[in-house]
Design a protein around this ligand. Structure first.
Ligand SMILES: [Zn+2]
Length: 195
């Protein structure tokens, strides 16, 4: 066990809490690791990340990003979206922050190897709507500018088809609310485009 020196006493005490809780249920977390995302530091247990071995952080691929000098994993990525990424490991639920651009959010998820299909029920409809809005806008752009090539179209189309076959049975029930939400968002989007 590590000794807690005087100057970092507060941090040390806070770090003991999960240990105490873990000990109470007979499980000891192995190692506290630091994830540095564009200068913002996140700490978590290695076990927490190991829950999803098919993702970047849950696999040994993350060792590529380990900095021996700082003893941190460094990612030159968006720290705001990373909050959602890390919360996914903690809670098993993926949420979509409403203020986040859908493309940017998808890019961050793709980098960390997390599939957006696992977004929680609370955020799924919002995410899907944004996705649809974005796909529609891209289609419009494509029609307006037929010569221009959109490199991500295949991926987007794949996502689109995934949404056409919803897994959840609650989809139908929510449809009424959705159309209202969608027209509200359309207004939001069109006013944004004017800026
Ligand atoms: Zn949510």
């Amino acid at each position: 066990m590590q000794l807690i020196s005087g100057h970092n006493m507060a941090a040390g005490v806070a770090a003991w809490l999960p240990f105490a809780r873990a000990a109470a249920i007979g499980w000891m977390p192995d190692e506290l690791i630091v994830l540095n995302v564009s200068g913002r530091r996140f700490q978590t247990w290695r076990n927490t990340l190991d829950r999803y071995p098919d993702t970047l952080l849950g696999s040994s691929e993350k060792e590529f990003f380990y900095n021996e000098e700082t003893k941190e994993y460094f990612f030159d990525r968006d720290p705001d979206v990373f909050r959602s990424v890390l919360n996914f490991y903690r809670t098993g639920k993926l949420h979509y922050p409403r203020y986040e651009c859908i493309s940017s959010y998808d890019e961050e998820l793709a980098f960390f190897g997390i599939v957006p299909e696992i977004i929680g029920d609370c955020c799924y409809e919002e995410y899907k709507d944004r996705k649809r809005e974005n796909a529609e806008r891209l289609m419009d752009d494509q029609e307006d500018n037929k010569d221009a090539k959109l490199p991500n179209m295949t991926f987007r189309e794949t996502m689109w088809r995934a949404f056409e076959n919803p897994h959840t049975s609650t989809m139908g029930q929510r449809h009424g609310d959705l159309s209202v939400q969608r027209s509200r968002e359309k207004r939001l989007f069109s006013s944004r485009e004017l800026v």
